[in-house]
Design a protein around this ligand. Structure first.
Ligand code: ARG
Length: 562
């Protein structure tokens, strides 16, 4: 039984299951009053008592027969507060981490439930730019977090692979394209062609017509046009996959917009049947209420839109995966789009429309020098990763020139710094990205957490291991905050999942690293007396493990040396 289950079994509330109580227990920010607390507010209505009264009655009852692992059980302002015997809690917590190791924190909370996560969703023949960073790493972290909680996760890359721009690309390629350039330059070369198309089209309007013509050919399945389109797609995907490999990201499906070409008509028919599709200036729209503009689904020339494809995709996902939730990790610029799409499904009477969720996030821009995206230049994510790794390498050269496998570690530190930097704040906040900030070894950064992890590893290695049987856990009384942080890791995982917020994990990792580094300054570990040393090394091991597990969830490596 884990800590919460054990406490929950002491609390008897009519009509509330032990499981529910266990899920409501959590560690407060301030450990002065409790190690774990139960808010009693939500029982007030059913029990027809005030939360204060409920907490007091429960506290009185439980205190009568307090189990030995508890120090106290008391009521305060509607909370039922538990304090653990410190020695006991230290022992329980550390033994659990030692037993479960890389599985520590995992559970089967979500067993039998499927979550679809639509993330990264890059656009073909367009740069995989720094704007896609957040979607990619937030989605990646959420997919690992939900998997760790036992959910079945379907990772979907809803590729932007449809639209007139592909007709234009074909025109540009035929006019000015060189195979050798594309071979060498990849998406950058394709993008250059695209930019040139727009420049030339300003002088020569007929190019746009030609673009539309070629797009129509793709739609009609013309062999040559399709082959070119597939080729652009292959070049783009190969490049995106290179980035995904470095970020430790995989997808279960690359069903992009073009996949839904033949799946939109049934949705439009359904809308028509229900009288929801309205003609307006030759276009077809759905009125989604007074608080938003209508959702445009078919243009007057018969072309379908981004929203039409998302409607078809939602049906397809429900039918294929029977999801419990379907999350869309997309920037807040698309708030309106998702509100409209979700509303259309609600108007269609789909009961699962409520299970669709837009997990939005803020903008990313870069501060360092010439790479500013504000100057209208595109910042390629791959270039950002390369620069971060290069800078990490020079920091390592300076700090630890004799380190083995320097290139490997520089990759882990540099890429980790970029990921962590994108996940440290609430996702809705805009990010101004700076290499110096994310690569700082002191601060709320990845290198700081990785370095603390490596410090723990080196302590354990220097000690030649430890013997948990011979540990004196009473020596850990002054490590209570660390023990609490370790034992609340499971709560953190749950909370990160509930809020769809990986920053809960990044923050917790930074806090834990800080606590340990403080402890390390004030307490001798290696030359303490044997039983004390064993206890402190067990603590060190648990800190290392929780930091490693956190980094793994975020998609970041935890090197033992750096
Ligand atoms: N490709 C789109 C973009 O880069 C994001 C797609 C998000 N997913 C979706 N189902 N609409 O803006």
């Amino acid at each position: 039984m884990d800590r919460n289950e054990r406490i929950a079994s002491l609390i008897k509330i009519e009509g509330v299951s032990e499981e529910e109580i266990a899920s409501l227990l959590s560690a407060p920010k301030d450990l002065a009053f409790a190690d774990v607390a139960l808010p009693c507010f939500r029982f007030a209505k059913a029990l027809r008592k005030s939360p204060v009264q409920i907490a007091e009655e429960l506290a009185a009852k439980i205190s009568q027969d307090l189990p030995p692992y508890l120090l106290s059980c008391a009521a305060l302002n509607g909370y039922l507060n538990f304090k653990f015997s410190r020695e006991n809690m230290a022992k329980d917590t550390l033994l659990k981490v030692l037993r479960e190791k890389e599985n520590y924190g995992k559970s089967d909370l979500g067993k039998g439930k499927t979550i679809c996560i639509d993330f990264s969703s890059v656009n073909i023949a367009k740069p995989f730019h720094i704007g896609h960073l957040s979607s990619t790493v937030i989605g990646g972290a959420l997919s690992r977090i939900f998997s760790a909680l036992g959910y079945t996760v379907v990772r979907i890359n809803h590729l932007g692979d449809w639209g007139t721009q592909f007709g234009k690309m074909i025109v540009a390629y035929k006019k000015w394209g060189e195979d050798a350039d594309i071979e060498k330059g990849g998406v950058k070369a394709l993008h250059k062609l695209y930019v040139r198309f727009h420049q030339e089209a300003e002088q020569d309007e007929s190019l746009n017509d030609l673009g539309r013509h070629y797009f129509k050919l793709i739609e009609d399945g013309d062999k040559e046009a399709l082959a070119l389109f597939e080729r652009f797609k292959a070049v783009s995907l190969a490049e995106a996959k290179r980035v995904y490999d470095r970020l430790g990201i995989d997808f279960d499906s690359y069903a992009g917009e073009s996949f839904y070409n033949d799946k939109m008509q049934p949705v439009l028919d359904k809308l028509e049947e229900k009288g929801l599709l309205v003609e307006s200036d030759g276009a077809k729209i759905v009125d989604v209420g007074d608080d938003m503009p209508p959702c445009l689904l078919v243009r007057s020339d018969g072309a379908t839109l981004y929203a039409t494809r998302d409607l078809a995709a939602a049906y397809y996902r429900k039918k294929t995966y029977d999801f419990y939730k379907c999350l869309y990790v997309v920037a807040y610029q698309q708030n309106l789009h998702f509100k409209q799409v979700f509303k259309v499904l609600e108007l269609l009477g789909e009961p699962w429309a409520k299970d669709l969720e837009h997990v939005n996030f803020g903008m990313v821009s870069l501060v360092d020098g010439t790479m500013s995206s504000r100057q209208g230049k595109v910042v390629y994510l791959e270039d950002v990763l390369n620069s971060a790794v290069e800078k990490a390498k020079s920091i390592i050269e300076e700090k630890n020139p004799n380190l083995e496998k320097k290139d490997e570690i520089a990759e882990e530190v540099g890429v980790g710094a970029v990921i962590f930097g994108a996940l440290i704040n609430n996702r809705i906040k805009d990010i101004t990205f700076s290499y110096d900030k994310v690569l700082n070894f002191d601060g709320e950064t990845c290198p700081y957490v990785q370095y603390t992890h490596a410090r723990c590893a080196s302590l354990i290695e220097k000690a030649g291991g430890f013997d948990i049987e011979k540990a004196d856990f009473s020596a850990l009384e002054n490590a209570h905050e660390i023990i609490s942080a370790i034992s609340s890791f499971e709560d953190m995982l749950r909370s990160a999942a509930e809020k769809r917020e990986p920053s809960v994990i990044t923050r917790h990792a930074v806090d834990l690293a800080e606590l340990f580094n403080k402890y390390y300054i004030d307490n001798r570990i290696l030359n303490a007396e044997e039983s004390v040393k064993n206890a402190r090394l067990a603590l060190t091991f648990a800190v290392k493990q929780v930091l490693a597990n956190s980094l793994t969830l975020l998609g970041i490596a935890a090197p033992n040396k750096m």
